[in-house]
Design a protein around this ligand. Structure first.
Ligand SMILES: Cc1ncc(C[n+]2csc(CCOP(=O)(O)OP(=O)(O)O)c2C)c(N)n1
Length: 322
């Protein structure tokens, strides 16, 4: 091995991406068996964004995610078993089984919420950035959202507000090409980066299939926001390998597109860099895969045996129709 520093850091990021991938594959399998109430939105294929950005964050920072939020939750350090239990609606879930897949929140791990409303994460992170600035402890807030969100009112209002007040916020747009079942270009004029740039917000694009590239760009952007340079914007070029939600087969994709993107699976890209460039033994990477596989098996059994919430609380929740 040439230099163990970058190899160790990348192997750690690979491990965390593998956890997200296997976790979501388990959630999907359990959903299809009817064990997951509500719905699911998976980030399979987009793991490098969550891990790359989380790797650039410190203790004072905060992050708001979307309904596609399992990846950022795990990346920030939410307990995997508690997150799985949440998907299964169990009392031991990170939100006591009442948030489900879309609305996870874990303030102790800097996750200020995952939002089912498209654009909700932008508003939450902008507000958090205002609060962080007033506290003066150097924290930065991050908003994750998809490219379909840039046509929402929240987007224009919040970016303008943040720029005028020079708030410490990173707007992280995951451009996975589709908003639900609609290609970006069918509903959006111009390029994603044109929008923040119109307001004078520094904006850059990064390969969202390369966790090292995402981490490096995120470190730069978070650092500038922390140093008082105001809001920053990053667009990751990525792709979800699965449908929008539930059992969507993704029939709207262009022919061959999925297969082409899978060649650049973030796990494959990270593995190749580990083995071919950093000299890590392929067996070491295989061992990580096996370790995570065993962890997931244990989590599955524990989750399915975990207690359901108090029936009184369930009755209260079912009365809420809002
Ligand atoms: C305000 C609002 N409008 C519409 C929806 C329905 N909806 C859910 S996801 C989605 C697409 C969002 O696409 P994008 O922002 O690109 O994120 P992605 O799902 O690709 O991660 C839409 C329109 C919603 N949840 N909230």
């Amino acid at each position: 091995m040439v230099d163990s520093g970058p190899a160790d850091a990348l192997l750690d990021m690979y491990r965390r991406m593998r956890l997200i991938r296997d976790f979501e594959e388990l959630v999907q399998a359990l959903f299809l068996k009817g064990e997951v109430p509500g719905t699911t939105h998976l980030c399979i294929g987009q793991e490098a964004d969550a891990i790359g950005v989380a790797s650039a964050l410190g203790d004072e920072d905060r992050l708001a995610g979307t309904y596609r939020g399992h990846g950022v939750a795990l990346a920030l350090g939410v307990d995997p078993q508690a997150l799985l239990d949440e998907m299964l609606g169990r009392a031991t879930g990170v939100c006591g089984g009442r948030a489900g897949s879309m609305n996870v929140i874990d303030l102790s791990n800097r996750l200020i919420g995952c939002f089912g409303i498209v654009g909700g994460s932008i508003a939450a992170a902008t507000g958090a950035a205002l609060s962080l600035k007033r506290q003066g402890r150097g924290g930065v807030a991050v908003a994750f959202f998809g490219e379909g969100t840039i046509n929402q009112g929240y987007f224009a209002e919040c970016l303008n507000f943040a720029q005028v007040l020079s708030l410490p916020v990173l707007y992280l747009c995951e451009n996975n090409r589709y908003g639900e079942f609609t290609p970006y270009e069918d509903v959006t004029a111009g390029e994603v980066l044109d929008r923040p740039r119109t307001l004078g917000i520094p904006a850059e694009q990064v390969d969202g299939m390369d966790v090292v590239a995402v981490r490096d760009v995120a470190e730069g952007a978070v650092g500038r926001a922390r140093d008082g340079e105001g809001p920053q914007f990053v667009e990751t070029l990525t792709y979800r390998f699965v449908g929008h939600s539930r059992a969507d087969p993704g029939a709207y994709r262009k022919q061959g597109e999925l297969e082409e993107w899978k060649l650049r699976d973030p796990l494959t890209v990270a593995r190749a860099r580990l083995v071919d460039e950093l000299g890590v033994d392929a067996g070491e990477v295989d061992a990580v895969d096996r370790e995570i596989g065993a962890q997931i098996d244990e989590m599955r059994s524990a989750g399915l045996e975990a207690p359901l919430p108090d029936p009184a609380l369930l009755a209260e929740a079912s009365e809420f129709k809002g």
